[in-house]
Design a protein around this ligand. Structure first.
Ligand code: ADP
Ligand code: MG
Length: 560
């Protein structure tokens, strides 16, 4: 036997190396730290969670929570690999109620960054401070700190030049951080979240309902754009909101899917939702939704990849099919039900999110208001609903019409096609103070503006006075119109400025409901509408009219 036979080339790696290797999977970029620390704070039952980041997280990611905190022993143990308080046996893997369970996030982060932990439980008088950097514990000491936990992560990847170089610009990393922040904030509207970047508080989201959290993160959406969803099937429960196809802004393309309050990517389910939306989408539009599935934990395997956003579902096929028909039905019902009124009604009486979501599903049905009207030979078979929508019977079927969108379309085309636009004087002219530069810019364009119905006077080189606006607009929209015009003048009137101003006019100046309607008015409106280049969608992309045919009804009622 040669000595060669005793050669030992295989070694068990030291812990520090193992942690660095694991960090390669768990900590890809600053956003991974945002996600892991945020999840830990949620698992710790925190009601307030605050993030601070600097330079897209490259210099600093700090997360503070008011959760249960850690004992001095746990404060040291938490950085050990596979150290977790969340599971203890393999069986627990099939009954996961927490976001974390692998016990490797803190070990991985501490292997590739400089980390300070401050933590205290409510029953302890003093807290614990642990300083650990690039896998080496540097300090453990008692400290004064608030109940809860603060983790300060600095110098991410500083000792790993290759990883550091693979990071993108601060702005890009910042975007990724925010994306993780939103994925935590949506499923937990009952917690208060804050997010700072470079010293500026960007998001302050107090505890609220899901619907309000969505709206506060999407100022461009309206109550009536959100279609509530809530269904229980044998395999899962789903609740949340879909954005109605008309309400989806063209540049918006993200749907959020959560399983058991965890943000997940699941191609199969996302496809099912996309397919359900498809018949209602136009052009480049993509579905926008926040759907929360609750599935028996034993039916879900989250332990697929370290980031835990990939999941496997035992009943994937059944869930896909059911989700598809639930979404399709919700969109169709959402289109047929004027939702504005009952949503506003239910908000005050319902305090918490889960109750509110469920009661939104079945609106209390209100008797439509019937308008008494004399018979007209053409348009006498109609109903005005909620002072805004019209149900009109014609040969081809029953039309549902949104008068606001119809008005917007008609005014838009009238203004763009008939220059100069005739104007109406304002009883109370609108004043706006201007900087010298704004005065100079605006002065150049006064004749063009007059041509589109805006008569503006410049006074004493420091103030604009709007004297008239186009016929048909609500006078209250004068100020916002003047501001918009000043903005465009400052930008030297971009080539499509007329269309921009006119769009602004109809969006903000079209008289709002309640509307009154006579058969004659309806007839004029209908004729004006069908003469438009697009009589189906408003200039802001909302549906104007919908034809309720026998086929649509059959489809609607055949969904189960
Ligand atoms: P996991 O979340 O998978 O358990 P982590 O490495 O993220 O693994 O955390 C390890 C342990 O440290 C957790 O199980 C928890 O007991 C404790 N811990 C981490 N962060 C916090 C926190 N913010 N508040 C209280 N305990 C925490
Ligand atoms: Mg964790």
């Amino acid at each position: 036997m040669t000595t060669d036979a005793l050669e030992q080339r295989i070694r068990v790696l030291p812990e520090s190396v193992i942690n660095q290797i694991a960090a390669g999977e768990v900590v890809l970029r600053p956003a991974s730290v945002v996600k892991e620390l945020g999840e830990n704070a949620l698992d710790a039952g925190a009601l307030h969670i605050t993030f601070w980041t600097e330079r897209g997280g490259k210099d600093l990611i700090q997360v503070s929570d008011d959760g249960i905190g850690m004992s001095p022993i746990d404060a040291e143990l938490c950085f050990e690999r596979h150290a977790t308080s969340k599971i203890s046996t393999a069986k627990d893997l099939y009954n996961l109620l927490t976001k974390g369970f692998r016990g490797e996030a803190l070990a991985s982060i501490a292997a590739v960054a400089d980390v300070n932990l401050y933590t205290r439980r409510s029953q302890d008088v003093v807290g614990t401070h642990v300083h650990i950097a690039f896998g080496r514990k540097l300090l453990v000491e008692p400290t004064r700190c608030a109940v809860g936990t603060t983790l300060v992560v600095q110098k991410l990847f500083h000792k790993l030049p290759v990883r550091r170089k693979s990071l993108r610009s601060d702005a890009t990393e910042h975007r990724h951080n925010l994306q993780e922040f939103f994925r935590l904030a949506y499923p937990h509207p009952d917690r208060h979240f804050r997010f700072h970047h470079n010293g500026v508080l960007l998001y302050d989201l107090p505890a609220t309902t899901l619907q309000e959290r969505i709206l506060s993160l999407h100022p461009d959406l309206h109550w009536e754009d959100l279609i509530p969803v809530e269904e229980t099937t044998p395999f899962f429960k789903v609740q949340g909101f879909l954005v109605s196809p008309e309400g989806i802004p063209p540049q918006e393309r993200e749907g959020f899917l959560f399983i058991n309050q965890r943000y997940v990517r699941h191609v199969g389910l996302q496809q099912a939702i996309l397919q359900a939306y498809k018949p209602f989408l136009r052009g480049e539009q993509r579905p926008q939704y926040w759907l929360f599935l609750t599935i028996e934990p034993s039916q879900v395997d989250v332990n697929v990849a370290p980031s835990k956003t990939e999941v496997r579902l035992l009943r994937e096929m059944e869930i896909r099919a059911m989700l598809h028909s639930i979404v399709r039905k919700a969109i169709m019902v959402g289109r047929l039900t004027p939702s504005v009124q009952w949503i506003e009604k239910t908000t005050e009486i319902l305090p918490n999110s889960s109750e509110r979501v469920s009661s939104l599903v079945m609106p209390s049905y209100q008797e439509p208001k019937l308008i008494e009207h004399p018979p007209s030979p053409v348009m006498n078979d109609y109903m005005l609903l909620y002072d805004r929508y019209v149900v009109l019977r014609r040969e081809e079927g029953v039309w549902l019409i949104d008068l606001l969108s119809a008005h917007q379309r008609i005014l838009y085309e009238r203004y763009l096609k008939n220059l100069p636009i005739s104007s109406q004087g304002l009883l109370f002219p609108v004043h706006l103070s201007l900087s010298p530069l704004q005065v100079a810019r605006l002065a150049e364009f006064l004749p063009e503006l007059e041509e589109i119905g805006l008569r503006i006077e410049i006074r004493e080189n420091k103030e604009a006075v709007l004297h008239s606006i186009p016929v048909g607009l609500a006078p209250a929209s004068g100020l916002s119109l003047l501001e918009e015009v000043v903005r465009l003048a400052e930008a030297d009137l971009p080539p499509d400025w007329r269309a921009q101003v006119v769009l602004h006019m109809v969006r903000h100046g079209t008289p709002r409901p309640p509307y009154k309607l006579t058969p004659e008015m309806l007839e004029t409106l209908w004729n004006d509408l069908i003469a438009c280049s697009d009589s189906m969608y408003s200039p802001t992309g909302r549906l104007i009219r919908f034809l309720l045919t026998q086929e649509v009804l059959e489809q609607l009622f055949s969904i189960r």
